[in-house]
Design a protein around this ligand. Structure first.
Ligand SMILES: *Cc1c(COP(=O)(O)O)cnc(C)c1O
Length: 429
């Protein structure tokens, strides 16, 4: 086949291709295991769709109040069945992951309650939601207090201090599955299950919520299979399969999801209304594709780690570690390397490939940020993207790829741009 030829036409040298080929060869057994997870999850999603009799009528658009929307109601049953929960709220009106999390928290907490994170500081955007950084409308303004316990230095749970922190006010425990853009490890479902069991033994009635962003379909079970009362995420990450143009989900107990529905619309109205505006086909089809899309992104992450480790860069997680989310951090050790890497990812994109990413100051950051993304859905991080703050250790966060072949192209191009900039010298092929 002329794969080599078309890669050359895209500007990738024989040296880059040769170097990456050996990395890919070594990953074959890992990739087979990822395919097996995708196969299981594909069957799980299809079974949920069949059980709920998904039909063409489900894709019809609704406007106005959106009462009796067959598509919306069926989609929520499909999510609930696939994630083994009593109920689900899956809506285009949920703007993003942060909104879904804020909704789940505000809906299930009342003044005087305490929110508790046993896994350290949550995702950046939640600091304002909680009121760790003061903000209008934060939980703190409503008299909801917050407490957290850091992880131990090795990234495991500090059970001793968790025991001491849970008190009579603790109402909701929030557990972030993915490391997000922090350096701690991402938790496996097994670890999350152990933590939930520990917390519930101390306080049986407490609500356990898991921020499931970036984690969906990386394993064959979800946190809801190990005791989480709510799992929460964004549809422009894994479960939207690259097709959902917006939206978020909350799956969990009927009680928790009802609270969320009353908060999203209005008390007394709840989940009964909400127009779907023609988005249902993309939500259903995206969920159908999500298991294989997630697998492609995980393969891309492992491939990136494998290639860059061989070149002497520290990768978190390492190429050998099991994966529980789709994010790959690579410590590139210089601004120039971050810029070159991002230029490569950008030039591999199907959209905006002609754009040159540049570092720029971003509100809320104390350093410049660089970002490469050429996505069909703006801001989508299940599509191939790379970003990072320009500061020590000059780590680039690489994620996504709707297909494995495209994730691979992104890595090939990143390496090519690093070579072109004289930052890496490969042996001649
Ligand atoms: C992306 C992400 C969020 C926030 O989602 P947005 O859609 O960007 O608002 C929250 N938590 C984690 C772990 C995430 O990865």
């Amino acid at each position: 086949m002329d794969t080599q030829k078309i890669y050359h036409e895209l500007g990738i040298s024989s040296a880059v291709l040769g170097f990456c080929r050996s990395a890919e060869e070594e990953l074959k057994p890992r990739f087979a295991a990822i395919d097996a997870i995708a196969e299981y999850n594909q069957a799980k999603v299809v079974a949920a769709m069949q059980k709920n009799r998904v039909s063409a009528e489900c894709f019809a658009a609704s406007t106005g109040y959106g009462y009796n929307d067959l598509g919306r109601e069926t989609l929520e049953k499909v999510y609930a069945d696939a994630f083994h929960t009593e109920a689900a709220l899956v809506r285009p009106q949920i703007t993003c992951g942060t909104h879904a999390l804020a909704l789940a928290l505000a809906a299930n907490l009342r003044p005087g309650d305490e929110l508790y994170s046993p896994v350290g500081r949550p995702y950046d955007t939640l600091e304002e939601v909680i009121g760790i950084r003061p903000c209008k409308g934060s939980l703190a303004e409503y008299g909801i207090t917050y407490r957290e316990t850091d992880l131990l230095p090795d990234g495991t749970f500090d059970y001793e201090n968790i025991r001491r922190s849970i008190n009579e006010k603790t109402k909701l425990v929030t557990i972030q599955r993915s490391k997000g853009y922090a350096t701690r490890p991402t938790f496996s479902i097994q670890q999350i299950g152990e933590l939930i069991r520990f917390v519930k033994e101390l306080k049986p009635g407490v609500i356990c919520m898991v921020d499931n962003c970036y984690g969906e379909f990386t394993e064959i079970i979800e946190p809801s299979d190990v005791g989480a009362d709510m799992i929460v995420g964004s549809l422009i990450k894994n479960p939207g399969g690259g097709l959902a143009p917006t939206g978020g989900y909350i799956c969990g107990t009927q009680e928790c999801v009802d609270q969320c529905a009353y908060r999203l619309t209005a008390p007394g109205l709840g989940a009964e209304l909400g127009a779907t505006l023609g988005l249902m086909q993309s939500f259903f089809q995206g969920f159908f594709l999500a298991p294989t899309v997630t697998a492609s992104a995980v393969k891309g992450a492992i491939f990136a780690a494998s290639v860059y480790e061989k070149l002497g860069y520290r990768c978190v997680p390492s190429s050998a570690e099991t994966r529980h989310d789709i994010i790959q951090a690579i410590e590139l050790r210089s601004k120039e390397a971050m810029v070159a890497f991002c230029k490569g990812v950008q030039s591999a994109a199907p959209v905006d490939s002609y754009v040159t990413p540049e570092p720029y100051p971003m509100p809320g950051y104390d350093s410049e940020v660089i970002m490469a993304a050429g996505a069909f859905v703006q801001g989508s991080s299940i599509e191939l993207s790379a970003d990072g703050p320009i500061r020590e250790p000059y780590a680039i966060y690489y994620q996504g790829g709707l297909t494995w072949a495209h994730a691979k192209l992104g890595i090939l191009m990143s390496l090519q741009k690093m070579c072109d900039a004289g930052l890496i010298t490969l042996p001649e092929a």
